[in-house]
Design a protein around this ligand. Sequence first.
Ligand code: ZN
Length: 430
Amino acid sequence: MNIRVAHDQAHGHAHDTTSCRLCGSTADKTFVDLGMSPLCETFLAHDQLDRMEPYYPLRVMVCGECFLVQLKEYVSPHEIFHEYAYFSSFSTSWVAHAKRYVEMITERLGLGAQSLAVELASNDGYLLQHFAPLGVPVLGIEPAANVADVAIAKGVPTRVDFFGVKLAKTLVSEGKKADLIAGNNVLAQVPDLNDFVAGMKILLADEGVITLEFPHVHRLMAENQFDTIYHEHFSYFSLLTIEHMAARHGLKIIDVEELPTHGGSLRVYLAHEASARVPSDAVAALLAKEKQAGLDRLDGYSGFQEQVRQTKHKLLAFLTQAKAEGKRICGYGAPGKGNTLLNYCGIGPDFLDFTVDRNPYKHGRFTPGMHIPIYPVEAIDAARPDYILILPWNLKDEIVNQMQHVADWGGKFIVPVPEVAVIDPKEFTR
Ligand code: ZN
């Protein structure tokens, strides 16, 4: 969920390794190949449009041992996470989701004034801020100084650093142990997965709980969410893979919930292996469901490439037909996932006149690769397009609700995934 702004020297270096990021086995089976793509969070300024733009392979592998679906490390993580322009608080529904989580987990774990809640990749404090009215002490860990500053200004204590074994040991030496460690949409972006999980193990109090939220690879496959694949997302998890990961680090899964966020996420609860906490029935039930879907066998992953091709063909057929009828189309949103979709399908300004975003950081910039201009949301009202292609489709309900007025000129929304679909705001009810 982190946005990187273009800087001049965007050259990475490729590590041509086929070792699994989690278990070290050979992960040489292709899950899906999305071709060559620029770093999809690298938004370009006008004066960068005439320069060469680096493209990297977007080929995803799957490990035959732990079934971690993973991108090879084509770009150095340092290049990717140079600067973030993503402020979680820009999404109203995401902040509301965080507030509900904080209230639920405080009650469930009985957190209070003696507890410590730590969030990894705490961004602008969108989540931890909700602990203050409940009287629970917090600590945010956030590597991007510009977003951490926003959290600190809100009164959310935040340490600007990358999380791993080194930082965990430092925190423990300062007398800190976490009763709760939360990681929402961070696990996929961790280049050194084992160092990150080992750090959580060190920081966690004896009866503490870790909760991790991440897009469920089962939903990604079932609903053609290939656009959630990009260079910044190194790993895609099933619960089966999380079980491997936990066991490797002396942790156990004690509960799991399926959430609708980001097209279908899991929230897993982990505790020390020696903890008195007992796993819920939901854990075994979901593991069984994943096995039934073939996620514990390599051939269970083999049909995804063809599904993705079909999705591309259908979307392009729809857009081509609309242009043939003289329709005007724009985009809504400029998220990372939007750029994988646009680049893989080859949708540029020949289809979309422009796109819009609520994040002022992106205004006046251009999408990577396809070079679609990004304007403020109000540009839609001025242009009155026939169709608006929603790129962050996971927020489609929120967007259509906010943009009901496009019905005034007969405008409609297009959602590209899982199958191209048209939403008429006149007929849309929450
Ligand atoms: Zn593996």
